[in-house]
Structure formats: C-alpha cells, structure tokens
Design a protein around this ligand. Structure first.
Ligand code: DCP
Length: 179
C-alpha cells in the first residue's frame, strides 16, 4: 500500500513520516516533491575505484544555476531530510525533470525504514542541462510495510549533503571471489 498525499500530510503531522523542512504545496496525489540542495560532488580521479574511498570535489550551485555535462556523474542531495520508522520511502525523478533528460538516481531509489537524513542524488544528464538549487527535482513515495521492523543502522545514516559511495566499507566484510 502506498500513502496518498493527504495521508503523507497526516503522517508528517503525527510523526510517522519525518520531512524537514516540510511544505504542504510539495505534496502530490501519492508522493512528495523533494528539492535539489545547493552542493554537488564530483569524483576527481580518472578511474573510480569501487574498493577505495575516492577523492571528490565540491561544486556549489550558484544563483545562476550550474550546467551539468553529459558523461559526468554529479552527486547531489535533497534539501529535505526524509525518513520514516514505519514506512518504506522510494525516491524517483519527476516527469517534468525526466523530460529535460535528467536522471536523478542510478539504480538506487530504495530507502530503508529507519533511515533519516538528506538523500544523495546521482545526477546524470543526457544533454547539457542548467539546474538550480531549490528546484523540485524528484519525489518520494511511502509504502506501508508488513512484518517486524529492524531499522536501518547503515553507513549513510544521518546524511547531510551529498555522500560519496562508501562501498569500500563493504569490502572489509570480505568479498569472496568465485573461482
Ligand atoms: N538515492 C538514494 C538512495 C538511498 N539513500 C539513502 C536511504 C537508504 O536508507 C540509505 C542506504 O541505501 P541502500 O541500502 O540502497 O545503500 P547500501 O546498501 O549501499 O548501504 P547500507 O550498506 O548502509 O545499507 O541511503 C540515499 O541517500 N539516496
């Protein structure tokens, strides 16, 4: 089951969903629009190494916006902290933004019950595209879950600003290489 817009508003009001800051005019019939935060991160090394922490460069989005270039990966973030200890959040692009040729995540729309923080957006643009801080770039939906809840305690908990991949932490748990 998915929360309707009025139910998202009610869930924010009684604490079942946390969206900060929250504005009623960002609620859709069955989702909530999230805005692009003012900071982007790009990886600076030519090769991104999945087993290492990769260096990044912070790029502020100025008042005149910032032009995303095709072929580059930009890590953005939501203005809003979005989470729930009850519902499963999923983040998707908005159709109006998809129509501009912008992907807002790469195979990672799923949030965990118990995650709280700003979400990291994985921005990639089909054509050069000027984006602006504060633009309503994506939407979060909330799904009712069944079963006992074991809340998120992962490596991105409490995220503030764009978070580069910490996949390298997983390798401490040993990746078995099939022979
Ligand atoms: N586009 C996204 C998708 C998810 N998240 C947040 C919400 C999730 O609860 C948290 C972790 O997401 P995943 O479980 O997909 O990530 P990992 O499995 O890589 O991390 P972990 O091992 O911490 O679960 O990151 C995010 O900020 N941006």
């Amino acid at each position: 089951m998915i929360l309707t817009g009025p139910e998202i508003n009610a869930a924010v009001a009684d604490g079942r969903v946390r969206i900060v800051p929250f504005a009623l005019d960002q609620t859709n019939p069955n989702s909530y629009n999230i805005r692009l935060g003012p900071t982007l991160l790009t990886y600076t090394s030519e090769v991104i190494d999945a087993h290492r922490a990769n260096p990044t460069r912070s790029v502020p989005i100025g008042k005149d916006g910032y032009v995303l270039q095709p072929g580059e990966l930009y890590l953005g973030h939501t203005v809003e902290e979005v989470g729930s200890d009850l519902f499963v959040p999923l983040l998707f692009g908005r159709s109006s933004v998809g129509r501009l040729g912008l992907f807002v995540e790469i195979t990672a729309p799923i949030g965990d019950i118990g995650f709280h923080g700003q979400w990291t957006l994985m921005l990639s643009s089909v054509r050069p595209l000027r984006v602006y801080a504060g633009m309503k770039i994506g939407q979060v939906m909330f799904f009712a879950a069944t079963g006992a809840v074991d809340p998120y305690r992962g490596k991105y908990q409490g995220a503030a600003g764009p978070q580069p991949s910490q996949y390298w932490r997983d390798t401490a748990r040993v990746e078995a290489v099939p022979s």
